[in-house]
Design a protein around this ligand. Structure first.
Ligand SMILES: CC(C)(COP(=O)(O)OP(=O)(O)OC[C@H]1O[C@@H](n2cnc3c(N)ncnc32)[C@H](O)[C@@H]1OP(=O)(O)O)[C@@H](O)C(=O)NCCC(=O)NCCSC(=O)CC(=O)O
Length: 320
């Protein structure tokens, strides 16, 4: 992990150096997931992008917790799952400490517990499990959904530019969209069905988008790609729960827990299809699940999350 983070693309193969100048290096690798070591099994992480809610982005905390866990396991071990609870809102004004407990080192599986701490209190508790690669005669997966290729779809930014040119947009809607455009999120996204993605009409609780880390990461360390995928996986997952409810908008939403399973090798800086759905909502909570597909149809990872969602009715004359 460390080696990959410090690797300068100019030092790698000539062709990748030519394609990926230093200034295109993913900020997820150079900053967000590049933890500072304070002591044995103790790390400090800083923030890059903070959501409008002014609480830390859950994906960042999960990604950083997985980085901390991965630093204490051997190169022959690969992350295969993680299970996290978000127990307190993260404070964007201070860094997060990550304390790793080496729960167990087995022959095949190794387990780590990570506590993310701010102001002396845990904000996230995470368990991550790693495995030595092992062959298996049992191998199956569902087929990847058939969707348009990313080259045929618009990015979120391009879609926002289009909406901005609509004549009937209110001034506050324009301001909101311009704010979104000015935000530097380290993920590139292309919704497969923009109307569903933005909840312009009620629909089934299911949405798909292509996503990848912004900037170059390169082949290299699989553990790092898992950390990036953990970061990305929390970005648009919980919103899937709201898709059937066009008459309501979110008043308070936060992910409560997050579980993830890694199945195959993948590159998080290459387009991956995120297939999100929500099988259930009730009691001010919703369950959301996602599958991450490699472009070639291989299932790379699966994810489940429950969140709290409190809503209020949408104003009749809203243009967004
Ligand atoms: C989930 C928790 C809020 C649960 O804590 P509590 O049990 O104390 O929370 P709570 O529900 O009682 O209170 C939270 C806020 O809701 C209000 N509140 C409580 N009950 C209410 C009710 N019945 N109706 C209306 N509002 C209510 C409270 O006054 C408070 O507002 P007020 O605060 O105004 O007093 C907390 O554990 C937490 O913050 N965990 C971290 C979650 C997180 O940060 N996830 C990652 C980021 S989300 C993410 O990354 C994904 C995403 O956003 O999509």
């Amino acid at each position: 992990l460390k080696e990959e983070q410090s690797k300068n693309p100019d030092e790698s193969s000539e062709s990748s150096a030519a394609q990926c100048p230093q200034d295109l290096r993913s900020v997820l690798v150079t900053s967000v997931l590049n933890l500072e070591q304070l002591d044995i099994d103790l790390y400090r992480g800083t923030h890059h992008w903070v959501p409008r809610t002014q609480r830390l982005f859950g994906g960042q905390i999960i990604g950083q917790a997985l980085v901390a866990a991965a630093k204490s396991v051997g190169d022959n071990l690969y992350a295969h799952s993680l299970h996290c609870y978000f127990v307190r809102a993260g404070d964007p004004k201070v860094p997060v400490l990550y304390q790793v407990d080496r729960t167990r080192d087995g022959r095949s599986f190794t387990v780590r517990s990570v506590k993310a701490i701010q102001h002396g209190q845990p904000i996230l508790i995470c368990q991550a499990s790693f495995q030595v690669l092992q062959p298996s005669p049992l191998q199956h997966q569902f087929p990847m959904p058939v969707v348009p290729q990313p080259e045929d779809l618009l990015t979120v930014e391009e879609l926002i530019q289009r909406y901005l040119s609509k004549p009937d947009l209110t001034e506050s809607a324009k301001q909101g969209l311009n704010k979104l455009l000015a935000t530097e999120v380290p993920i590139e996204m292309k919704p497969v069905s923009p109307a569903h993605f933005y909840r312009f009409a009620p629909g089934e609780p299911r949405r798909l988008f292509w996503a990848r880390a912004r900037g170059y990461i390169g082949e290299g360390d699989m553990k790092l790609h898992c950390c990036v995928a953990a970061y990305v996986s929390d970005f648009a997952l919980l919103g899937t729960v709201l898709l059937p409810y066009s008459k309501y908008k979110a008043r308070f939403t936060a992910s409560l827990d997050h579980a993830m399973w890694f199945h195959s090798t993948f590159r998080s800086d290459e387009w991956m299809l995120y297939e999100c759905d929500s099988p259930w909502a009730g009691s001010s909570r919703g369950l959301a699940q996602c599958r991450l597909w490699r472009r070639d149809g291989v299932l790379a990872a699966s994810c489940s999350q429950e969140g709290v969602l409190r809503v209020k009715p949408v104003a009749e004359n809203s243009k967004l």
